[in-house]
Design a protein around this ligand. Structure first.
Ligand code: SAM
Length: 243
């Protein structure tokens, strides 16, 4: 259920992913890995860029999201979707590895960066989007709190935010050159609270109940109002030096 809601509501992630591709520019015949591909929307855009001679591998640990990706893969013969993670994706030498809105879900960043480095060609690029520090708007934290302590603890302990500076230091320690580190405030306006709740319900794997009675007062307070959100988006592009 949440996977299909994610598929319908993930325009925000897709837009930033497309901007990332415009900078990385995967070219014809290249082999690209999409780590945490979700329902595969960005993988399809990459597929068009690399053409029939190229290959896109999309991995995600969420079986439901991969099911949707596979079901909607028709006509994209150069994509392979599979259940997997940053630590189990197929070993290869990729021209580029992309990952949009995934790294804040991964606790241990050192093995993540190391494995990516080892699986890039010399001169290959890693491009990712995440957040510079805080990945949760205050309103979302309030929603978790209103849904009770169990939900609050579960939802607050599954995201691991790091700053751009921390990512930069880690990348350099592994051997990457930093080609781009861009931090920008990203403003979003949800038409109403339901849209905000649906979006984060999907992002957080259905971890809270959208109809929790604890949310009734909040829903009343926001009735008929748009909901603004602003977070600091981080985009980074790293290159593996030529040998
Ligand atoms: C916010 S979604 C982003 C999905 C997609 N990249 C997009 O831009 O729409 C985060 C994704 O990261 C995946 N994920 C979480 N932990 C992961 C890991 N260790 N390795 C790979 N993907 C992971 C989740 O299953 C989820 O689909």
């Amino acid at each position: 259920m949440e996977a299909s809601v994610y598929h319908e509501t993930s325009d925000y992630q897709l837009e930033d992913g497309i901007k990332l591709l415009e900078i990385i520019c995967p070219g014809l015949n290249e082999k690209v890995l999409d780590i945490g591909c979700g329902t595969g929307r960005l993988s399809k855009v990459i597929s068009k860029r690399v053409g029939n001679g190229g290959k896109v591998i999309g991995v995600d640990p969420d079986e439901e999201r991969i099911k949707i990706a596979i079901n909607e893969r028709k006509g994209y013969n150069n994509i392979q979707f599979m259940v997997g993670s940053d630590q189990t994706f197929p070993e290869d030498k990729y021209d580029a590895i992309v990952s949009t809105d995934v790294f804040h879900w991964i606790k241990d960043k050192e093995p993540l960066f190391k494995r990516i480095y080892d699986n890039l060609k010399p001169g290959g690029k890693l491009g990712f989007t995440t957040f510079d520090g805080n990945a949760r708007p205050d309103l979302l934290i309030e929603i978790f709190r209103l849904c009770g302590p169990k939900t609050y603890e579960a939802a607050m302990s599954c995201v691991y935010c790091d700053t751009g500076q921390k990512y930069k230091e880690l990348a350099a320690a592994i051997g990457f050159d930093v080609m781009l580190l861009d931090v920008k405030a990203r403003k979003n306006i949800f038409p109403n609270l339901d849209a905000f709740i649906d979006f984060f319900y999907a992002v957080y794997y259905g971890m809270f109940d959208r109809d929790d009675p604890g949310l009734n007062d909040l829903k009343e307070r926001y009735k008929g109002q748009p909901v603004p959100m602003e977070l600091q988006r981080l985009t980074m592009i790293l290159t593996k030096p030529l040998e």
